[in-house]
Design a protein around this ligand. Structure first.
Ligand SMILES: [Zn+2]
Length: 107
């Protein structure tokens, strides 16, 4: 399957990774919509929130978003799931957007 995020997860494509554990990867969006824009994805391919069982991985994605924000002392941010093409989902691999309205120091 030709999935952009699966290729990033397998390190076949480069990305600025900000977090990684056994099941989740977080990296900078290459087309940022905010001064700090991170995508948080499950390593196992799931199409979208609409997929069966997607709700079971969402808590983990939110936990990683909180950890990234706390480590960088980000006070306020947006967490967004675009669901389906009609909902603005561009890549067909479940991802959580972490958006911050001002630049963030990257360690
Ligand atoms: Zn994928």
């Amino acid at each position: 399957m030709d999935c952009l995020f699966c290729k990033i997860i397998k390190k076949e494509l480069p990305a600025e990774i900000v977090y990684e554990d056994e099941t989740i990867l977080a990296f900078k969006d290459i087309h940022p919509k905010a001064p700090f824009h991170i995508l948080i994805v499950p390593k196992k391919h799931i199409d979208s929130i609409k997929s069966n069982g997607a709700e079971r991985v969402v808590g983990g994605l939110v936990s990683v978003a909180k950890e990234i924000a706390q480590k960088r002392k980000i006070e306020g941010y947006k967490l967004v799931f675009n669901v389906g093409k009609e909902g603005g989902q561009v890549v067909n691999h479940l991802h959580l957007h972490l958006l911050v309205g001002k630049p963030v120091e990257m360690p």
